[in-house]
Design a protein around this ligand. Structure first.
Ligand code: MCA
Ligand code: AMP
Length: 473
């Protein structure tokens, strides 16, 4: 490849045919129109190479164009969940110091330029030339919550994104004949990189849905070939009577972002004849492992390391240990946090995931738990520490412990256990939390106790709480 190219854009455009649809369904858009629109938007950004562009917008094709436009302009895209509160958003803006912030509410933010997506689109113009960027230049920063408080911005290079998209396209046999049902949000790795980049790279098309809907997906399946989702997608789809019929001509169902129960895997097979392909990744690493396209897709496992990804445990074979990974798929460190980077990314390139795994004799990896205190609810990650800080700041709360309890729909749900210092009730606690943190992080249930169980070191015993409250159903 020419060194003067824009590495990621060049890779994503390699197989596209301008007259073929990128977006299919009721509002189709060709590849030619998509890329041309992105170039016009790149001109409107008026940024310099390395500048950050924060986008906090509802899911839309224009949001995808903004991502691609930022890459073309040599910038760094920083997508944020629109569900974040103003306080949460302020933290990200102060940390990322973007040149441009695209938001539906542009007033009063401490950034040089805040505007709506509509306003930016109205400034789109032709004559833009893609800015050359090399493999190690950054293309994106995605924030991932920190176990010790502050969210960390994972810096993702052109190399990491392009190489992982290529690996996945090959591993999952995506071609221009594919039609992917895209019902994921586009502010996380799964919806933005795994789904969108793989489709772009293959020159395939996607049924781009504004959000998850059982009905819309069932209706789309007869014309589609593939679906990517979090386990909650699959448990909800299993409730639809029309599933078996609708899924007949699909080629591939992929699950990730949270553990897929073996029972869901088996029920899906019984109902549709298809075997869900489960894979495992992280914001910092993109995708690490996948069950095979051809071969045994084993329920309860996340499959084998992907091509170009090395994986090891910090334990002897057959034992449980923390998973470490190395490869071109890895991030380049945490934005503005060299000490955090040094704690998790070894000098020889191995990244410490914090996930506890086991590898069987055939090389299949099973995630058996997490070394980190993390709740995954419907595919969204919630760090208890962040929720506890919000609860502990309430005047009626003495102390709190936040845990995840099993949930049939979301996999885990957020539950708060609170010791009070003055009278209040569950609803007031939940309402107060909602003022500070995004709704998906707020406790769905609150239990009041006289004291939190602690070990001899004074550490709260969350396992004990999980057993106690889990048994209460
Ligand atoms: C929505 N709500 C939730 C969640 N989603 N609460 C807890 N956990 C959730 N996951 C709340 C809303 O705040 C709202 O609260 C109420 O539920 C209804 O909102 P709605 O949007 O209608 O919910 P939904 O459509 O039923 O959403 C459920 C969902 C969604 C479809 C499972 O959460 C989703 O799209 N999840 C995918 C997340 C994802 O893409 N993760 C990938 C991360 P209220 O009523 O109080 O207002 S990337 C990653 O993890 C790695 C790298 C990887 O390997 O992929
Ligand atoms: P994130 O913070 O969004 O990068 O989430 C990454 C975390 O999601 C990983 O460290 C795992 O704990 C979890 N995860 C992703 N895929 C899977 C999977 N297939 N099974 C179990 N956990 C998963």
């Amino acid at each position: 490849m020419k060194t003067s190219a824009n590495h990621l854009a060049h890779a994503l455009r390699a197989n596209m045919r301008p007259d073929q649809p990128f977006i299919c369904g009721p509002h189709p858009l060709t590849y030619g129109a998509f890329w041309q629109g992105a170039e016009r938007l790149a001109a409107a950004l008026e940024i310099s190479p390395g500048d950050r562009v924060v986008m906090q917008v509802e899911k839309s094709v224009e949001a995808l164009q903004l991502y691609v436009a930022t890459v073309l302009a040599g910038g760094i895209i920083v997508p944020l969940n629109p569900a974040y509160t103003r306080t949460e958003t302020l933290y990200f803006l102060e940390d990322a110091t973007p040149s441009v912030f695209v938001t539906p509410t542009p007033e009063g933010w401490p950034v040089p330029r805040a505007l709506t997506l509509e306003a930016l689109l109205s400034e789109a113009r032709s004559g833009f030339k893609p800015v050359p960027r090399g493999p190690e230049d950054l293309a994106a920063i995605l924030y991932t919550s920190g176990t010790t408080g502050r969210s960390k911005g994972a810096m993702l290079s052109h190399r990491a994104l392009a190489s992982n998209a290529k690996t996945l396209q090959k591993a999952w046999h995506f071609t221009a004949e594919d039609r992917l049902i895209h019902a994921l949000p586009v502010f996380h790795t799964h919806g933005l990189f795994v789904a969108t980049n793989v489709v772009l790279m293959a020159g395939a098309c996607m049924d781009f849905m504004p959000k998850f809907s059982v009905e819309a997906i069932i209706n789309a399946m007869p014309r589609a070939t593939a679906l990517m989702g979090v386990p909650t997608f699959y448990t909800r789809l299993l409730k639809a009577e029309a599933l078996s019929q609708a899924a007949t001509n699909m080629r591939l169902f992929i699950s990730g972002s949270a553990p897929l129960l073996a029972s869901t895997h088996q029920e899906w097979h019984a109902r549709t004849g298809h075997t869900i392909l489960e894979r495992y990744g992280m914001t910092e690493t993109n995708m690490n492992t996948s069950n095979p396209y051809n071969g045994d897709r084993r329920a309860g496992t996340v499959g084998l390391p992907l091509a170009g990804v090395e994986l090891r445990l910090d334990a002897a074979e057959a034992e449980i240990g923390v998973i470490e990974v190395r490869g071109d798929n890895l991030f380049s460190g945490y934005w503005n946090m060299p000490e955090k980077t040094a704690e998790e990314l070894r000098p020889d390139g191995w990244f410490i995931t914090g996930d506890l795994g086991q590898i069987d004799a055939d090389g299949y990896v099973t995630i058996v738990g997490r070394g980190k205190d993390l709740i995954i609810s419907g595919g969204f990650n919630i760090y208890p520490k962040e929720v506890e800080a919000v609860l502990d700041a309430m005047p009626q709360v003495q102390e709190s412990a936040v845990i995840g309890l099993p949930d049939k729909d979301l996999g885990e749900r957020v539950v708060a256990v609170i010791v009070l210092k003055s009278e209040t009730n569950k609803d007031a606690i939940i309402e107060s939390a909602r003022q500070n943190i995004a709704r998906f992080k707020c406790p769905q249930d609150v239990h009041f106790v006289d004291a939190l169980p602690r070990n001899t070191m004074g550490k709260v015993q969350k396992n004990e709480l999980r057993i106690r409250l889990g048994n209460m159903g």
